[in-house]
Design a protein around this ligand. Structure first.
Ligand code: NIG
Ligand code: FE
Length: 414
């Protein structure tokens, strides 16, 4: 199966020449080719260049898409979501619009624990049914790789139910799905008075079971006041590492606890949120290989402060952007919307937001050798946008500009 995209008005490759991710000024270098072409064989990109360097003989027995009026960009990598869940929380949204805060709602038994009740009551089949709809809509909007976390089960059976749902979706859907165990998302009500017993359940039972059955690639912890402190986070992540899981961390979302420094020290693949990161945290990340994954949709949706993206990029921290799609803190999986918010509220440039949603996001999932740029040898995850130039993506917001999504070399039909 051969596919060629020809006459591409603007081909945004995000080429990194083998580098895992881009930092500093590199984030603004998108490797743009005007009047470009891309050749694909089966799942893989085999040629990228200018139209004038393509010989027409190369197009024999090849399906051809004329992209004269289109912009082509690597498929988005949404490296942080909680997209397997049941129910919805529009009532909490309404309470917030009337003045309640996310923390107040959580303290009253709403928030994460609200969704935990719904997920525990749902079957695996039901969880998959809701998730499938979201996954299809994401592909329509240009996302071709997504990370999904557990964390709404908070006991052995329900965490496994979530992780099995994620694994099955990964086998059944064309979307590439990366699975993360987030048993340490909140303290389950039955362990309210003895958190340390719950942590022991995570480290002694859940992690070994999950690692042995390959049910997750990453382990994540919500490191926050009232959830898991620095010491507890380190205990959980160390046992995950020992069991062979790679590491991620939710940190500095509501308060500056020092999760960034911990992530840098433990060499996690990413540390996510960072709305309250300190100067010291920025310095630690700049000296590490850990990707800072920012979630602009959360600050927007909860009306919280934004992560200091400008200071981080200027200090040389590799920055990625993800949606954090979940029913509480960001009910959106639109990557272009996150780009718009990052430009308007975090003063990132349109170029930086493209690198942050493609190559750097792939690095946050240890996938940038396969995804995140349009380069020879990489998987053919490529999106054709009906826009005059790439700056239109964050600029003309609230609209789906995707003309076609190509996943592993296949032009998807919706
Ligand atoms: O990443 N911060 C912790 N967890 C999610 C929110 C989950 C929820 O509210 O259901 C987050 O924002
Ligand atoms: Fe999250």
């Amino acid at each position: 199966m051969k596919l060629a995209l020809i006459n591409i008005k603007q081909l945004v490759t995000v080429a990194s020449q083998g580098k895992r991710m881009k930092v500093g000024a590199e984030m603004r270098d998108l490797g743009i080719i005007e009047n470009g072409a891309v050749m694909i064989e089966n799942e893989t990109i085999t040629w990228v260049g200018r139209m004038e360097d393509l010989s027409m003989g190369d197009l024999n027995e090849t399906d051809v898409v004329d992209c004269t009026n289109y912009v082509v960009i690597p498929g988005f990598v949404d490296s942080h979501t909680h997209l397997v869940f049941a129910g919805s929380r529009e009532d909490e949204f309404a309470m917030r619009s009337a003045g309640a805060t996310y923390q107040e709602i959580a303290e009253r038994g709403g928030g994460i624990l609200n969704t935990v009740r719904r997920v525990r009551a749902a079957s695996k089949k039901e969880l998959k049914k809701f998730a499938r709809k979201y996954i299809h809509n994401m592909l329509k909007q240009g996302t071709t790789v997504v990370e999904i976390k557990s964390g709404y089960g908070l006991d052995m059976d329900n965490e496994i139910k979530m992780l099995e749902a994620i694994a099955e979706l990964g086998r059944e859907e064309v979307m590439t799905i990366v699975s993360t165990f987030l048993g340490a998302h909140a303290i389950p009500p039955e362990f309210k008075e003895n958190k340390s017993d719950y942590i022991r359940l995570i480290t002694n039972k859940m992690i070994p079971y999950i690692a042995q059955r390959n049910l997750a690639e990453f382990c994540d912890v919500f490191c926050e006041q009232g959830y898991f402190d620095l010491q507890e986070t380190e205990t959980i992540l160390s046992s995950a590492k020992q069991a062979g899981l790679a590491l991620k961390l939710h940190a500095e979302e509501l308060s500056p606890l020092g999760g960034s420094e911990l992530a840098a020290r433990l060499n996690t693949f990413s540390v996510d949120h960072l709305e309250h990161i300190t100067e010291n945290g920025i310095k630690a990340l700049a000296e590490s290989q850990t990707v800072a994954t920012l979630l602009p949709g959360v600050s927007f949706f909860l009306n919280h402060q934004y992560a200091p993206a400008r200071a981080m990029i200027d200090a040389g921290v590799p920055v990625a952007i993800a949606t954090d799609f979940n029913p509480g803190s960001c009910m959106s999986y639109s990557m272009p919307l996150m780009m718009t918010i990052a430009c308007t509220h975090m003063k990132m440039t349109p170029e930086e937001t493209i690198t942050a949603t493609t190559l750097n996001a792939a690095a946050a999932l240890n996938r940038s050798h396969e995804y995140g740029s349009i380069e020879v040898g990489k998987k053919a995850d490529v999106v054709i946008f009906d826009i005059p130039n790439y700056k239109f993506l964050p600029y003309h917001f609230g609209e789906n500009h995707v003309y076609r999504t190509i996943k592993h070399g296949v032009l998807l039909e919706f």
